[in-house]
Design a protein around this ligand. Structure first.
Ligand code: IPE
Ligand code: IPE
Ligand code: MG
Length: 240
């Protein structure tokens, strides 16, 4: 996993799924006296490189939080700029990418033809190996409510944890092993609330546009030093 110069080269199957709460674009721009939109543009650049790097490392699934159900309360110009970046990325990945995209979130009532564009992206990339979930108009609570409503419609009168997992946007995808949040905020902001039950959480003060390969290496090294006990004992104690 580590090369001679102590760089990460490949991950093993302890790290199948990594998720990012990409935060701090606005602060990055503000520090430079630039409009927030410029922060999102550089954030998108960082995002593209990190996704590429994750797949190079052999991480099979990446999930990124691009826009929450709460982010509609931002100024329209900022919302428009994020949507434009998403449209551009969608075209780029269809034409020149290795990842399959799935948009997780509510696709109903999105402006203009955005939902059509998203579905086209999903369709045209569906045979690819690596999975990129982009959370757009995503809220963890609403995802759970939708799942319950689906199960009610199916006529279930009692439900299991498996039923719920299988009714979420992430159905069939293993839960994230590692969730990384940038920009020094220690909260989940309604992200993957069901799926994060046993995820390792990693927080860094680095603002998202500055989050690069070096920062990801540091997070992965930290992850490999964690002891994931799932309520049991660690391996050394089990042997006693
Ligand atoms: C994250 O950066 C991107 C989105 C939420 C869309 P922010 O825009 O939240 O950046 P800060 O938190 O204001 O710095
Ligand atoms: C979370 O960031 C949502 C995304 C990264 C898309 P926010 O900036 O919206 O979260 P809060 O408002 O600080 O909790
Ligand atoms: Mg923020």
């Amino acid at each position: 996993m580590l090369s001679k110069n102590n760089k990460i080269t490949k991950v093993d199957d302890r790290l199948k799924h990594i998720a990012f709460i990409m935060d701090g674009n606005g602060r990055w721009a503000k520090k430079r006296l630039l409009p927030r939109q410029v922060g999102h543009k550089y954030g998108a650049k960082a995002f593209k490189d990190i996704v590429k790097y994750c797949f190079e490392l052999g991480i099979k699934t990446v999930t990124t939080y691009a826009f929450s159900t709460e982010n509609w309360s931002r100024p329209q110009a900022e919302i428009d700029s994020i949507i434009q970046l998403l449209r551009d990325y969608n075209t780029e990945i269809i034409e020149d990418g290795h990842a399959r995209i799935i948009y997780i979130g509510d696709k109903s009532n999105l402006p203009n033809d955005l939902a059509t564009v998203m579905i086209e992206g999903e369709e045209k990339t569906k045979d690819r190996d690596f999975l990129l979930n982009i959370a757009f108009n995503y809220g963890g609570r609403s995802e759970i409510v939708n799942a319950f409503n689906k199960l009610i419609k199916e006529g279930k009168d009692s439900i299991t944890e498996e039923d719920i997992s299988n009714s979420l946007y992430t159905s069939g995808v293993p839960d994230p092993d590692l969730i990384i949040r940038t920009a020094g905020e220690y909260r989940l902001s309604n992200f993957l609330l069901w799926q994060c039950a046993y995820s390792e959480l990693y927080f860094t003060n680095v603002l998202w546009p500055d989050f690069g390969r070096k920062q990801l290496d540091a997070a992965i090294k930290d992850f490999y030093n964690r002891d994931r006990r799932y309520g049991g004992l660690n391996k050394n104690e089990e042997k006693k």
